[in-house]
Design a protein. Sequence first.
Length: 172
Amino acid sequence: MAAKVGEAVRTEVEAFLFLEARLLGTGQERAWLNEMVHPEVVYHVSSRQLRSSKDKRYSQPNEVFHFDDDYAALDKRVAQTESGLQWRSDPPETLLYIVSNTEVFQDERAGDLRVYSNVLMIRDRRVYESDQFHYRRDDVLRRGEDGALRLLSRSVIYGQRFVHGKNLLFFF
């Protein structure tokens, strides 16, 4: 296992994750994309089929991808939310991200940081609509030329076999 980082770097990474949660939770997706995401980002969201280990009938992978995005795809998703044409966003939703169990390690590439975390995201819309999503994240952060951390890679394992909410129109 890679070496853990010092307390100062861990605190910086946690501040990064908390800022990200605040930006995404308050509808500031464009600021998140422009200020916190690396231009070479790889952004995967998947869930796993939960089969018995003895069940050999299926030869396909257990992983099902919901998103396999790069920066351009994320930019298009942000533009869609900004367009005002997304019926799901009117009336606006409230999003709450709770990030926990954060571990930070030096990545294989010098200077990059590997960050593991668990997230509970709660989405409320109108009086009667509420969804909860829980997932694990495996991130790689890289410093930009300005010295700020940027999200280079995010691999999300969505904890449920299928989407329990009405959609996945949010950023993980």
